[in-house]
Design a protein around this ligand. Structure first.
Ligand SMILES: Cc1ncc(C[n+]2csc(CCOP(=O)(O)OP(=O)(O)O)c2C)c(N)n1
Ligand code: SF4
Ligand SMILES: [Mg+2]
Length: 279
């Protein structure tokens, strides 16, 4: 060990993403993070939904599960509970995670299941050729919204904080070093770690210049244990802050809780359980 490089975690299957898609950088950051943490290939599972971003497992040399639309979190949760020794990463897009799959994040967060969830947020449905997504800005004109979108975009960091996720961060695909560092922190966090990556879709929603202009690192004096301070930063939308908003280092991860239940369960007789039901 110690000799692994990011390229050792690439499968050799050439990504079919458009040249310039932000998702390439996420692939580079995640493989760098695996190499940096020296995690053996066979101890990693990457689970995804459906979308351009969700093609991820094919390009990575670990176990993988390319699932169905909106379901990376249930898959990842089951995999982690089946074998808590694995490093489990769920990946997907903004449509996948916040539209059809939007009901799963609150429960992954409140369980504090020990997985990392990376949403490649391009504020568009890339794979289906450019329909507005839940994070598209109000007034965005596309073929499927000829008069412009009329909805207010979701704020994924606010959502994750209000669901009480124990690790919440935002990255920009143009900032590889920072993204790699944050992914490493997320993987090492024993609980649910949510990362929103601003990952432009160069074909249907090229936001590179916009994000270069409005992104800024979270001020160094931000206290990541302060939920109210994290919410204040998340509320700012004309600047998109990058970095770790919130990190609760105290809360037990779900796998540890399940282990405690497994330890306690044999001590409770079947008769006692039945009596409990009768009450
Ligand atoms: C149940 C179901 N509904 C709809 C679709 C069609 N579909 C495929 S990908 C996608 C959205 C992809 O957008 P996003 O998750 O943001 O990923 P991106 O392609 O932008 O990375 C949709 C609606 C599907 N595959 N399955
Ligand atoms: S359509 Fe957009 S999201 Fe899909 S691969 Fe191309 S640039 Fe990436
Ligand atoms: Mg998308």
């Amino acid at each position: 060990m110690g000799q692994l490089k990011a390229k050792d975690y690439k499968s050799g299957v050439k990504p079919i993403w458009c040249p310039g898609c932000g998702d390439y950088a996420v692939l580079n950051a995640l493989t760098k993070a695996f190499a940096g943490l020296e995690i053996p290939h066979e101890e990693i599972v990457v689970a995804s939904g459906i979308g351009c971003s969700s093609r991820f497992p094919a390009f990575i040399k670990t176990y993988g599960f390319h699932g169905v639309h909106g379901r990376p979190l249930p898959l990842a949760t089951g995999i982690k509970l089946g074998n808590p020794d694995l490093t489990v990463v769920a990946v997907g897009g903004d449509g996948d995670g916040f539209s059809i799959g939007g009901g799963h994040m609150p429960h992954a967060a409140r369980r504090n299941i020990d997985i990392t969830y990376i949403v490649m947020d391009n504020s568009i449905y890339g794979m289906t050729k450019g329909q507005p997504s839940p994070t598209s800005p109000t007034g965005m004109h596309r073929k499927a919204a000829p008069y412009g979108t009329q909805e207010t975009p979701l704020n994924p960091i606010m959502m994750a904080l209000s669901y009480n996720a124990s690790f919440v961060a935002r990255c920009f695909s143009n900032k590889l070093k920072e993204m790699t560092d944050i992914i490493m922190q997320a993987i090492q966090h024993p609980g649910f770690a949510f990362i929103q990556v601003l990952s432009p879709c160069i074909t249907f929603n090229d936001t590179y210049a916009h994000y270069r202009e409005i992104t800024q690192l979270i001020p160094e004096d931000h206290d990541t244990s302060d939920l109210a301070a994290a919410l204040q930063l998340a509320l700012v939308t004309d600047t998109q802050y990058l970095g770790v908003f919130y990190h609760d280092k105290e809360r037990l991860g779900y796998c540890e809780r399940v282990r405690m239940v497994q330890e306690a369960a044999p001590k409770m007789s079947l008769d006692a359980i039945i009596e409990n039901y009768k009450r």
